[in-house]
Every structure is written in C-alpha cells, then in structure tokens.
Design a protein around this ligand. Structure first.
Ligand code: SME
Length: 160
C-alpha cells in the first residue's frame, strides 16, 4: 500500500518538499512514463489543496496532448502558443495566472477554473510536457507553488 499524505498545516514550501520526496519514491526505478505521470497526477492532487484539475499535457509531434490527470475530462489537444499551457510550452517558462479570464486565449476546459499555474518539464533543452494545476479560487497559486512545481518538474524530467 502506498500512503503518501501531506502533513496537514505545513507551509507550501514544506508540502512541496514532501511532494518531491513522495514523487521520487514512486517513480525512480520505474521506466513507464504513463504509469509515472499517473502516479504524479495523484500526488499533485493529494499534496496541493484547493484545486479542480491537476495533471499533464505531453508534447507529441509538435502539439500538446492530454496526459494523465485528476479532475474533469479536459481538452485533448492544445497547439503550442495557445492558452496557458501552450504559452508555457512555447516559452519554456512557468505561467502563473491569477485570473484566467484576463489571460489572452485562455482555453476554458472547465468553467469553474479561476486561476492556474503551468510549469514546463524540460529534458535535453526541450519542453517534453507541462504540468497544469487549476483552481476554482481567484489567485490560488503563488510564487511558492511556481517554485515548488519547477523543482518537481526538474526532478521528474528523466522519468516521464
Ligand atoms: N487551462 C489550460 C487548458 C487545459 S485545462 O484547463 C485542463 C489552458 O488555457 O492552457
């Protein structure tokens, strides 16, 4: 049995530290990318509170394609450069969006989403996937989330 639960009441920084340790414990030694992304999506959901969607889009033949996630069914294909995920893929930079309705070209997969953070996963200098975390709360994500997810992206890049 896997029992990876965050310490309730801990700071965001501490939660991301624990998330990183849980991620390594689950994925290091496993070579199947889908299995690893599926477990990572479950961990994002366990460790990051107040979200409505968390998961992956993978770079496949030059466009983003839906990967393992937790949440409602979502848009399947996103062109690079389009929406928040597409912006992260195009720039290779984290997108911290406090109000999705103010983001030009935001793709509304779920009308309840109000804010999001999208972090690119980079391997050998190329964006191979993005981690997308969405919340029904305005300005849910802050710098600590962006930094924590960037550290996670670096940790998981060889394993997805
Ligand atoms: N929010 C994303 C689309 C993906 S879904 O929200 C799961 C975007 O605008 O890139």
């Amino acid at each position: 049995m896997y029992d990876f639960a965050p310490d309730t009441g801990s700071s965001p920084e501490e939660r991301y530290r624990q998330l990183g340790e849980a991620a390594s414990a689950l994925i290091e030694g496993e070579s199947d990318a889908v299995a690893n992304m599926a477990n990572l999506a479950a961990l994002l959901w366990e460790f990051i509170p107040r979200m409505n969607w968390a998961g992956f889009y993978r770079m496949v033949d030059g466009e983003l394609v839906l990967g393992p996630f937790v949440g409602r069914p979502a848009c399947i294909r996103i062109p690079v450069g389009q929406g928040v995920c597409g912006a992260a893929a195009a720039t290779g930079e984290t997108q911290l969006v406090p109000d999705v309705h103010a983001f030009p070209g935001h793709i509304a997969c779920d009308a309840v989403t109000r804010s999001e953070v999208v972090v690119p996963v980079i391997r050998d200098g190329k964006v191979i996937a993005v981690i997308d975390c969405d919340s029904p709360e305005d300005a849910r994500f802050e710098d600590a989330d962006a930094r924590g997810l960037e550290a996670l992206a670096e940790r998981i890049a060889p394993h997805i």
